[in-house]
Every structure is written in structure tokens, then in C-alpha cells.
Design a protein around this ligand. Structure first.
Ligand code: CA
Length: 236
């Protein structure tokens, strides 16, 4: 866990379109992502980034996924890092070997993004539970990520999808100041063109929903810098 706490994932996949899609969806879920497109590159990037989790395609040019898995496991810092292998349908024998060589899970292609993300979270929860809590809470505000339910004290808070992701992002890092550009990237996605002012509009809506009856505002506006979730909020 580095840089404020988001889990980091190394995606090793030689199909560019799939790699990009995985990256996009993982980033939306709050993971930090780096890609490698062949086995040799995977080993180099793994040494450099020391990921919290590796998604490893079976069929790779040069070094196969199985060989990459074996070599990663022989590196001290990678011994306990979860490795999730991607295999093509029908590679039943391979997939058993995959588990034997120390992969923590395997996902058979083609898979849905929902399934992929759920399996990753399950692996993370098993190996590093603190990185992927189902419920985020700060003081009287809580987010249940499995049901997308947000509550303040005994009241349900109804948020639009953007406001929900904004709150989730801010609450993951209490006290950290996010610029509007950083929020655009993590909440809207880096390939979407939205003006920075849009962030202000959605933060406004989020505040209105959270502070319906004039309670303490958990979101701090930091002049000319951005927004943060007030780290003193949970302290009575
Ligand atoms: Ca492949």
C-alpha cells in the first residue's frame, strides 16, 4: 500500500484492447494500475512498482504466464502478493497447473467486468483485508459498497452515481486534498472531457444531500487546491 492507500495492480496482458479495458475499470474502482504487455516487461515492472496484486494473462509472448508466475514467486517481495491468472476457455489442465504454481485464482476468458472486479476483491479481501473494505465509514457517515447504500446517522442518503463515486473517493483518503483534475480523472475517468467547474457542481449536490438538516459539513474546500474529506470529521 503506497501513495495514500489505493491498492496497486499490475496488469500483464498482451491484447492491448483488453489491457486498456481492465485498466480503465480497475482505476474506476480505485486501484492504481500499471500495464505490462509481455513476460519480460512484467518482471521489470513488478520489481519497480511492487504491486499489491498481479493480473496475469496465461498466453503471453516470450515468457508464458506460468513462467512469469514462477519467477515472481521466487522474488522475495513478490512471494505473498496475490496473482490472478487469466486463461482461455478450455485450458483446464493449465488452470490446475496455474493453481499449483502459486496463482491465487484464475478467471476464464471471456469474463464480464463485474465478475472480474468481484473476483479481484475477493482475492484482495482474503489476502489483504484492509485494502478492500465493504463498508467505509467516518463518524456517522457510512458507505456500503456492496449495496451502494450511504447513511448518515440513521438517515439514508440518496446520491446520484457521480456524487456516490465522489464521496467514496474522498472518504478513502481522509485529509488528502484532491485537485479538480484528480477528481475528474478518478471519478469521471481520464478519457472523458468535462470542465473542472463540473466538479464544483457535483460537490455542491453531494454536500446538499449529506447536510440536509444543517449538520456539520464533512467536505472541506481548500482554496485554489481542491477538496478533501475532513479528517477531523470522525472525531466528536
Ligand atoms: Ca494473451
Amino acid at each position: 500500500m503506497k501513495d495514500g492507500g489505493e491498492p496497486s495492480v499490475l496488469v500483464v496482458e498482451d491484447e492491448a484492447a483488453l489491457s486498456t479495458l481492465l485498466r480503465y475499470n480497475l482505476e474506476r474502482e480505485g486501484y492504481r494500475v500499471q500495464e505490462a504487455h509481455d513476460g519480460e516487461e512484467a518482471l521489470l515492472v513488478a520489481d519497480e512498482m511492487k504491486p499489491d496484486l498481479v493480473v496475469l494473462d496465461w498466453m503471453l509472448p516470450q515468457l508464458s504466464g506460468i513462467e512469469v508466475c514462477r519467477r515472481l514467486r521466487s522474488r522475495g517481495h513478490m512471494r505473498n502478493v496475490p496473482i490472478v491468472m487469466l486463461t482461455a476457455r478450455g485450458e483446464e489442465t493449465d488452470r490446475i497447473r496455474g493453481l499449483d504454481i502459486g496463482a491465487d485464482d484464475y478467471i476464464v476468458k471471456p469474463f464480464s467486468m463485474t465478475e472480474f472486479l468481484a473476483r479481484l476483491r475477493a482475492v484482495m479481501r482474503r489476502v489483504r483485508p484492509s485494502l478492500v473494505e465493504d463498508v467505509l465509514s467516518a463518524g456517522e457517515i457510512s458507505i456500503d459498497r456492496s449495496t451502494h447504500r450511504v447513511r448518515r446517522a440513521n438517515r439514508d442518503i440518496h446520491l446520484g452515481p457521480t456524487e456516490y463515486r465522489l464521496l467514496d473517493q474522498l472518504m478513502q483518503h481522509p485529509g488528502r486534498v484532491f485537485s479538480r483534475e484528480q477528481l475528474l480523472d478518478s471519478v469521471w475517468g481520464s478519457d472523458v472531457y468535462v470542465e473542472a467547474r463540473t466538479v464544483d457542481v457535483h460537490v455542491g449536490r453531494l454536500r446538499k444531500a449529506l447536510n440536509l438538516t444543517g449538520e456539520k459539513d464533512p467536505i472541506r474546500t481548500v482554496r485554489s487546491a481542491g477538496y478533501s474529506f475532513d479528517e477531523t470529521f470522525a472525531i466528536p
